[in-house]
Design a protein around this ligand. Structure first.
Ligand SMILES: [Zn+2]
Ligand SMILES: [Zn+2]
Length: 274
C-alpha cells in the first residue's frame, strides 16, 4: 500500500495509484507550495533514509516525539500519560517500528488528536500501528482529512479523552482549532497543549494569534480576545506549543496580556510608532 505524504506538510493522503495533483492543506492560503510545485514522498521512501525518531521526557508524564531529519513541518508530537491511558497529540508525519515500540512502552494510547489540520501528520498510520485507536478530528475541520479511515471519530466543543485530559475547540487559526488541557501537568497546576491555536513565542512570555504563521496573516483583535477569554476559563499555568516552545509559568496571564497587545496593534493604537 502506498501512503502518500506531502513533503511540505507531511500530512498523509489516501492510497491511490498516483498521488493527488495538489495537497489541499498546502494550497490553502495558510500554508505554501514549493516554488518547484507540489512534492510527494511515501512512508516507504522516508523509511529508506537514515531517519530516527526520538522520544524524550518533557516533564513528568509528558513526552516529546521528534523525527530527524525532519519530515514536513517538523512538529514535535506530544504524548500525555494519565492513569487511564495516553493521548498522542499532533502526531508526526513519520513513524517507524522503533518509535512505535517506545510509544507503546509508555502505556496504552486511548486516542490520537491533532490541534488542527496542519498537524494531522500520519494520524491514520499511527492509529494502525497502535492497534486501531480512535483518531479524533474536529468536525469543523473534517473536510481537510486527506486519508479517510474508519478510525476517525468526529468531535466538537469539548471532549474528554481521560479523566483530567480534555480537548477544547477554540477556533481561530482553523474553525476546529483545539487545545488539550491536562490537569495533572506542571505539578498539578495544569498544562495546555496549544498547537497553533495560540503560539508560544521565543521570548517565553508572550504568544501569537495568527490565521497563517508562515504567511503572516493575523487574526483580528476580537478573535484574539475570544481565544484569551476561552483559555482563561481553563485551569492551567504552563503552555506548550508544537515546536518545543513553552510558556513555563503564569501562562493564562501571558495569553491575556498577549491578546490585549495583539488587539492594540491591529486596532492601530501604536501607529505613531510605525
Ligand atoms: Zn501539504
Ligand atoms: Zn497551523
Amino acid at each position: 500500500m502506498t501512503v502518500w505524504i506531502c513533503r511540505t506538510c507531511a500530512v498523509e493522503h489516501a492510497d491511490t495509484a498516483e498521488p493527488p495533483e495538489v495537497c489541499a492543506i498546502c494550497a490553502d492560503e495558510r500554508q505554501w507550495v514549493p516554488a518547484e510545485g507540489q512534492q510527494w514522498t511515501t512512508m516507504a521512501e522516508l523509511r529508506t533514509a537514515d531517519r530516527k525518531m526520538a522520544v524524550e521526557e518533557v516533564e513528568p508524564g509528558l513526552f516529546g516525539i521528534t523525527v530527524a531529519p525532519r519530515v514536513g513541518i517538523g512538529q514535535r508530537a506530544l504524548l500525555v500519560r494519565t492513569g487511564a491511558g495516553n493521548l498522542l497529540w499532533d502526531p508526526t508525519g513519520y513513524l517507524d517500528d522503533d518509535g512505535v515500540r517506545r510509544v507503546r512502552e509508555l502505556g496504552r494510547v486511548l486516542a490520537i488528536a491533532a490541534s488542527h489540520p496542519h498537524m494531522f501528520g500520519a494520524q491514520v498510520e499511527w492509529s494502525r500501528a497502535l492497534g486501531g485507536v480512535p483518531v479524533l478530528v474536529n468536525a469543523a475541520d473534517a473536510r481537510w482529512v486527506a486519508r479517510p479511515d474508519g478510525a476517525i471519530e468526529p468531535w466538537s466543543g469539548t471532549h474528554e479523552v481521560a479523566p483530567g485530559l480534555t480537548l477544547h475547540q477554540l477556533g481561530g487559526h482553523f474553525p476546529g482549532s483545539a487545545v488539550a488541557l491536562w490537569a495533572d501537568g506542571a505539578d498539578g497546576a495544569g498544562v495546555v497543549l496549544s498547537g497553533d491555536t495560540v503560539f508560544p513565542n521565543p521570548d517565553r512570555k508572550s504568544v501569537g494569534f495568527m490565521r497563517s504563521y508562515p504567511n503572516l496573516v493575523p487574526l483580528s483583535g476580537a478573535v484574539a480576545g475570544r481565544l484569551a477569554r476561552d483559555l482563561e476559563a481553563l485551569a492551567f499555568d504552563r503552555l506548550y506549543g508544537n515546536f518545543g516552545g513553552v510558556v513555563p509559568s503564569d501562562a493564562r496571564a501571558v495569553v491575556r496580556r498577549s491578546a490585549d497587545r495583539h488587539a492594540a496593534w491591529v486596532r492601530g493604537d501604536h501607529d505613531d510608532e510605525t
